[in-house]
Design a protein around this ligand. Structure first.
Ligand code: SF4
Ligand code: SF4
Length: 471
């Protein structure tokens, strides 16, 4: 097929771009009854999904050093990522991580399209690998589901619906609890479950709300989350280009579509069987080209491969590929462009990993007490008063002392500084004393170190103010 023919094919009827497949002309929801997909991609995605679901559910119970391995307590601003405690003091790291994350997303999508949506996104995993499979089990395959939906409310239909939504709610409750456990910790969730409701009314309400939201998402919203709500999905239009690798239909090979018949000797490989359309959970026809609704779930690849095998044509009429790759007939995915950008991705992830991994466990902030200059004592020493904040970002209390390594200088704490509580910020004040003879300028730099035994945990410097006429 010639390029101009291909282009005119797309220009012929692009009315599908004027509406989404899940809404009819009157604006009513078109419920999708997708056919059960089967094939190597569905198999591989199922295996990965079970691994990820397992990780998600056991995640809040994993402990490192007696603390959760993961915790995202936004209410108390307490975060633990792979055992590393993050506090409000790490905000700069958070900003850096967010910027890197955005660049990563843009770059990743630019190269690999919606690979994340199809394989890793929790919404797709739970919808397609858990809830949809339960639906196939209770209501049957797509055509049976459609039949049941339009059937009158018989006892059979009522019992099927009740059973299905009961299981849906149970799983939503489980997901809601897990979600809560990532926020408040698994111990807290276990307490809510075990102890009287009155003791944890707030937590109990949160549990019910989360479960209700997940139930609503998976029982009613479903593919609408990917089509209309998810900001990442909405951004695809600007993140993809003609070289991005997406689930795509090889129109060069497939067009013109010709129904299968004994006489079929000409035409493209697409036989208009519409199996790719029937399995699509967002109700689109991938043969119309890349569309915003496509979550790259690979169901249409498996469905079409199955047909191609049956009619003795090579598989891959629908496959992972880029628009330009299809036009040029290049089936290679690992092009030099993809390799170069992937390398950049790995580099960015490594930098972020190093930044997070090498972050200090103790953070000291020292500031001169506002409104005070210096004091001069009878023995000729000058003193300055400072405020400090000391963040212990570990999961253990740490015994510490504050010292200075500046010659002649000494520190006098106001109150005591002995034990830093775990994952907390300690605040206090102290004096630094310096003999007049050691002053080098109006402002002299003085070292302040935090020590655990003989080990310096962290150090900083501060300005020490003295009289101008000291020389
Ligand atoms: S499954 Fe393949 S052959 Fe059948 S309509 Fe889709 S693209 Fe054409
Ligand atoms: S077009 Fe194919 S890959 Fe895209 S959502 Fe539909 S079935 Fe999944």
């Amino acid at each position: 097929m010639q390029i101009d023919q291909i282009n005119s094919f797309y220009e012929e009827d692009d009315s599908f771009r004027d509406h989404i497949a899940t809404v009819d002309e009157k604006g009513k929801r078109n419920w999708i009854f997708s056919k059960k997909p089967n094939g190597k991609y569905t198999q591989a995605r199922s295996y990965l999904a079970w691994v990820l679901i397992l990780i998600l559910f056991i995640g809040p119970f994993l402990r490192y050093d007696g603390q959760p391995l993961m915790l995202f307590n936004v209410l108390e601003r307490h975060f633990i990522l792979f055992g590393i405690v993050f506090m409000p003091q790490d905000f700069h790291l958070f900003v850096l991580a967010m910027i890197t994350f955005v660049i990563l997303i843009v770059l990743f999508t630019f190269i690999w399209g919606r690979l994340f949506c199809g394989w890793v996104c929790p919404q797709t995993i739970f919808m397609e690998m858990v809830f949809r499979k339960i639906e196939y089990w209770i209501d049957g395959d797509g055509p049976q589901q459609r039949k049941l939906a339009s059937a009158p409310w018989t006892l059979n239909k009522i019992s099927k619906r009740t059973f299905k939504y009961f299981i849906f709610y149970l799983i939503s409750f489980l997901i809601g609890n897990t979600f809560l456990a990532y926020i408040t910790g698994s111990d807290h969730v276990i307490k809510i479950v075990r102890e009287p409701i009155n003791n944890h009314l707030g937590g109990f309400i949160a549990m019910i709300i989360f479960s209700g939201i997940f139930f609503f998402v998976f029982a009613y919203l479903r593919e609408q989350v990917c089509i209309a709500i998810c900001p990442y999905g909405r951004l695809q239009g600007v993140l993809l280009d003609a070289n991005s690798i997406v689930v795509t239909y090889d129109h060069v090979r497939g067009e013109p579509r010709t129904k299968l018949s004994r006489e079929k000797t000409s035409g493209g490989d697409c036989i208009e069987c519409k199996q790719c359309l029937y399995v699509c959970p967002t109700g689109i026809d991938i043969r119309n080209g890349t569309q915003l609704e496509c979550t790259n779930c690979t169901a249409c690849i498996d469905a079409c491969d199955d047909i191609m095998a049956k009619i003795n044509r090579p598989k891959g009429l629908i496959r992972y590929g880029s628009y330009n790759g299809i036009l040029s007939g290049n089936k290679k995915i690992w092009t030099s462009r993809v390799k170069a950008y992937s390398l950049l991705l790995v580099l960015l992830i490594s930098i972020l990993g190093i930044l997070l991994g090498t972050r200090g466990n103790i953070e000291l902030t020292v500031m001169r007490t506002p409104g005070l200059l210096f004091q001069e004592s009878p023995d000729g020493k000058i003193s300055n008063l400072y405020n400090f904040q000391l963040a212990n970002k570990t999961n253990k209390p740490i015994p510490v002392k504050m010292v200075t390594t500046t010659k002649g200088a000494s520190i006098k704490m106001i109150g005591t500084l002995a034990l830093l509580p775990m994952a907390e910020v300690s605040k206090g004040s102290f004096f630094i004393y310096l003999p007049k003879s050691k002053l080098t300028d109006r402002k002299t730099e003085v070292n302040i170190s935090i020590m655990q035994g003989d080990k310096i945990l962290t150090s900083t410097t501060t300005n020490f103010l003295g009289p101008i006429t000291f020389k």
